[in-house]
Ligand binder design. Structure first.
Ligand SMILES: *[C@@H]1O[C@H](CO)[C@@H](O)[C@H](O)[C@H]1NC(C)=O
Ligand SMILES: *[C@@H]1O[C@H](CO)[C@@H](O)[C@H](O)[C@H]1NC(C)=O
Ligand SMILES: *[C@@H]1O[C@H](CO)[C@@H](O)[C@H](O)[C@H]1NC(C)=O
Length: 235
């Protein structure tokens, strides 16, 4: 009961809050964790924090008086922790549905809550299939799917990470590659307001990665995720 009242109050407060500039973007692989750090103004002591999904206007977790995190949203049960050393919330095991905008604030029960951090999280489901040709070549089929918040239409492109050449204007990519050729690919996902990219290297593109099976396993591991805001792209 108490938490319902609190939540109703929070939602009311945030409807009033001024919208911040474009939040920093984080691109994360499906099943991985995201760390959401906050900037604490000098001299301010932290005694309460609220993590919320600002695209859905839903509270996720509350941290009060240095106690454990209380997760108030069933969708995030057992997945949210507070990293004291980094002063950050961490959300584990991301699903596509977790993509969206997150916000951290303090003094959330007062009339003037302070936003300490805001992030757009893009969750990438990149899958790879290999079709061997029996010689030293194979076909690789790459598929990209990104969660960037509900209600956003996402368009996709595949690029060669090294040359920047666009290889595909759709969510999938088929390439004929040689066993010994190292390849670097980037999946770019675009919504009306933001673009996110995820880049990875296939060291031996024709050899499936036996070490980590599963739907999102890639031949060799991903090296970096990178996101750029739409604002930057328009320059
Ligand atoms: C991660 O989430 C998926 C559903 O999104 C679930 O099936 C899986 O068991 C979870 N894995 C862990 C380690 O919690
Ligand atoms: C990830 O993408 C693959 C290929 O499209 C699909 O089979 C799989 O179900 C997707 N995983 C999730 C969790 O949506
Ligand atoms: C392997 O076979 C495919 C299809 O027949 C061909 O296109 C490719 O060039 C061959 N690769 C090599 C290294 O000979």
């Amino acid at each position: 009961m108490d938490s319902c009242v609190l939540l109703a109050f929070l939602l009311f407060c945030w409807a009033e809050a001024a919208s911040a500039p474009d939040p920093p973007l984080k691109s994360i692989r499906l099943g991985d964790a995201v760390t959401l750090p906050m900037t604490v103004p000098k001299g301010q002591s932290l005694n309460n924090l609220l993590l919320r999904d600002s695209s859905r206007e839903e509270a996720i977790a509350i941290w009060m008086d240095s106690k454990d995190v209380s997760v108030v949203n069933i969708k995030y049960a057992n997945r949210v922790t507070f990293q004291k050393d980094e002063i950050a919330f961490r959300i584990a095991n991301l699903s596509l549905d977790d993509g969206g905008t997150y916000e951290i604030s303090t003094s959330f029960t007062s009339s003037s809550p302070k936003v300490l951090g805001s992030f757009l999280v893009a969750v990438f489901n990149i899958t790879e299939r290999i079709s061997s040709l029996g010689n030293d070549s194979c076909y690789i089929y790459l598929d990209c799917e990104v969660g960037m918040g509900s209600g956003h239409r996402v368009t996709y492109a595949w690029k060669d990470s090294e040359t920047g050449t666009t290889l595909s204007q759709v969510a999938w990519l088929i390439q004929l590659v040689h066993t010994n050729h190292k390849r670097a690919y980037t999946c770019a996902a675009q919504t009306p307001t933001a673009q996110s990219t995820f880049s990875f290297v296939l060291q031996h593109p024709c050899i499936p990665n036996m070490a980590s099976p599963g739907p999102w396993a890639l031949g060799s591991l991903l090296v970096r995720g990178l996101l750029v805001t739409a604002a930057l792209l328009l320059l």
